[in-house]
Design a protein around this ligand. Structure first.
Ligand code: ATP
Ligand code: MG
Length: 313
């Protein structure tokens, strides 16, 4: 099967310090060379502590952020080279749902206008048709018809996120990049939104690139999971591989920490960043000298399971 999206060796450096003349003196490596594929109909879960590069990766897939090197392919074609209609098809096919619906919904637009905004731009539809489409969409995300003429502030957090999801599916995308879509919601509402994602996936044959801090949420929705650490994928496998047979020392630590909590480990007290070799070296209980020379790449453990760690080389 052809992947919808393929990320190849993507590196992202953010300039963080400039000298007097505006020349960049220091970069932050947000992504160190990431490769992955997302296939039709699947959910690829993304986990890893704050700052490891999850959102950067999501934004690069959405073309909301430029990459430093590497490429992103949409159905085999490099997105940086897509033009005109081809680029529009790509943008239409990959939609986003972000963490905070209060920030992502225009407060001055009514719900029906929000969910059909993309349709208005892409298709030449009359107001009546747009309203009809809005009705269908709102139903699809289990909101009542009365919400159509409301404004975002009149809805609860969960309802607003349903609106954001309706807007994302309006253009019948193949992939949705969901970046912490449940993290800003009350715990009681989180599972309802997770269920909505699952329901829509079944009905619309959607793929998800699903970023979350909540391990139980990722485990519930994902077919495959990638584990990131400081800009690298350190482990990749089926949900089962990663959650029940974690191989990377970092994944093991992550999984053993409290479910749903934001993960924070104690630094070892020594240097906490390494320029080369395994990014987890400073905190790894199994580290050895050769880890500093390790060229971070995923090694195959089984057909579905890969890990970037010298313990397995
Ligand atoms: N515009 C930017 N300029 C400079 N540095 C940035 C920028 N955006 C992100 N970063 C840095 O890049 C790294 C990766 O950030 P990113 O937002 O992708 O992490 P994340 O895994 O999504 O974290 P979180 O779980 O907190 O959302 C972090 O160190 C962050 O501080
Ligand atoms: Mg993020």
């Amino acid at each position: 099967m052809e992947p919808i999206v393929e990320v190849k060796e993507v590196v992202k450096l953010y300039p963080i310090k400039r000298n007097f003349f505006g020349r960049v003196e220091k970069f932050l490596r947000a992504l160190g060379g990431v490769s992955l594929k997302v296939y039709p109909g699947e959910t690829l879960g993304v986990i890893g502590e704050s700052g490891c590069g999850k959102s950067t990766l999501g934004k690069i897939i959405l073309d909301l952020e430029r990459l430093t090197s590497g490429k992103v392919l949409f159905k085999g074609k490099e997105i940086g080279k897509l033009k005109g209609e081809e680029y529009r098809v790509y943008r239409r096919n990959i939609q986003a749902v972000f963490q905070n619906p209060s920030n992502s919904l225009n407060p001055r637009m009514r719900i029906w206008e929000i969910v059909t905004e993309g349709l208005k731009i892409n298709d030449d539809l009359e107001k009546e048709e747009l309203l009809e489409r809005a009705r269908e969409l709102i139903k699809m995300v289990n909101l009542s018809e009365s919400s159509l003429f409301k404004y975002p502030h009149q809805l609860s957090g969960g309802q607003k996120q349903r609106v954001a999801i309706a807007r994302a599916v309006a253009l019948k995308p193949e992939l949705i990049v969901a970046d912490e879509p449940t993290s800003a919601l009350d715990v009681s509402v989180q599972s309802q939104i997770v269920n909505l994602f699952l329901e829509l996936q079944e009905n619309l044959n959607l793929s998800y690139f699903f970023i979350s801090h909540s391990l139980p949420v990722v485990e519930a929705v994902s077919d495959r999971v990638i584990v990131m650490y400081k800009g690298f994928i350190v482990e990749e496998g089926s949900s089962r591989d990663v959650f029940t047979q974690s191989a990377h020392p970092y994944t093991k630590l992550l999984i053993s920490s409290l479910p749903g909590s934001r993960v924070k480990f104690k630094e070892t007290g020594e240097e906490s960043e390494v320029e080369t070799g395994c990014p987890f070296y400073p905190r790894c209980p199994y580290r050895k000298k050769e880890c500093l020379k390790f060229n971070v790449k995923l090694l195959e453990l089984s057909e579905s399971h890969r890990v970037a760690c010298v313990l397995y080389s």
